[in-house]
Ligand binder design. Sequence first.
Ligand SMILES: Cc1cc2nc3c(=O)[nH]c(=O)nc-3n(C[C@H](O)[C@H](O)[C@H](O)COP(=O)(O)OP(=O)(O)OC[C@H]3O[C@@H](n4cnc5c(N)ncnc54)[C@H](O)[C@@H]3O)c2cc1C
Ligand code: SF4
Length: 349
Amino acid sequence: MKPFTYTRPDDAGAAVAAVGADPGATFLAGGTNLLDHLKLGVAGPSALVDVARATSTDIVERDDGGLVIGAGALNADVAAHPVVRRDHPVLAQALLDGASGQLRNMATTGGNLLQRTRCAYFADPTTPCTKRDLTQPCSARGGWARYHAILGAGSSTGGASCIATHPSDMAVALVALDATVQVLGPGHEGVGQSTRSVPVAELHRLPGDDPTRDTVLRHGDLITAVELPPSPIARNSAYRKVRDRASYAFALVSVAAALEVRDGVVADVRLALGGVAHKPWRATRAEAALRGAPATDESFRAAARAELVDAEPVETPLGGNAFKLDLVVGAVTDTLRRLGKARPTKETA
Ligand SMILES: Cc1cc2nc3c(=O)[nH]c(=O)nc-3n(C[C@H](O)[C@H](O)[C@H](O)COP(=O)(O)OP(=O)(O)OC[C@H]3O[C@@H](n4cnc5c(N)ncnc54)[C@H](O)[C@@H]3O)c2cc1C
Ligand code: SF4
């Protein structure tokens, strides 16, 4: 057991100062991911700085119709909030599709965004893993890669070999909703803390040449809140998660979508994919293909295929993940069809 200190500062500034001053320190929220990593030996911080008192649990509707969710707000409370359910159903559904009731009662908004990959090799320090140690090879590439990336991690990206996916369902919905995170950071050499806004779509990174880094955050940066802009289209939104079990399983593929159809034509659309990349994947190619197109299964399928043009599934002796290509096309088509109330056509989605 590696010894560590534990503190529980009263405000965000003190929490940021405490972590910023110690390169081995880390924030602790609900602990549902971090404590597992402590026990497994994946994480070994010198200090745990509990942010229970330093982050807000409030969920506040702004005058302009936007929503501010405190980083300490529990996943269960966000999912049950009446404004979230009415104005952003994709977010409520994504949260309810994640983990279990008990976990959602502990897990926080900030911690959910920053949970680490569920790649089995990452969680097992007895197996090599580039994400844990850049000098080691990736075990998934020759092993169990069923849950792994098909976009943004292949040889064409020229990076290191990590093909892990980001596991958060909530983050996929937030990317589709154009949400931003508010961050309080330690400032230069710990002097002069500063706040900044980061779009959730730009918070997580592709693995590139440093898969040890999941996000663009710097050491000591504290997520204080998530902001959802006012978005009329979000009222007609949904989350579709395809997984190996009906509950308590991570996404093989997931789809967060919002759709506006006028006179049978796609007037506007938001589309993000989960389970396919090192970050929640905003499907900008598919969105561009859909705007102005007839709201039909053919358009939905064509748009999903356009998004996958650069996909690089892996084949391994234990089974690869090429099946995700059809899964994405089917899940996108089915989700958009339901939102657009378009009639199914003959080809199976
Ligand atoms: C069995 C099981 C099944 C699960 N299934 C799913 C699922 O299907 N879908 C899904 O999305 N998730 C799932 N999860 C993951 C769960 O949602 C996360 O563990 C949880 O959201 C993490 O939140 P937390 O508050 O407990 O974070 P913690 O474990 O406390 O922290 C996680 C990370 O975030 C950092 N952190 C926390 N708060 C902040 C902050 N405000 N600012 C900066 N850094 C911060 C911590 O330093 C740590 O690195 C599952 C977990 C388990 C154990
Ligand atoms: S996919 Fe990434 S996290 Fe998994 S073993 Fe390979 S390097 Fe490690």
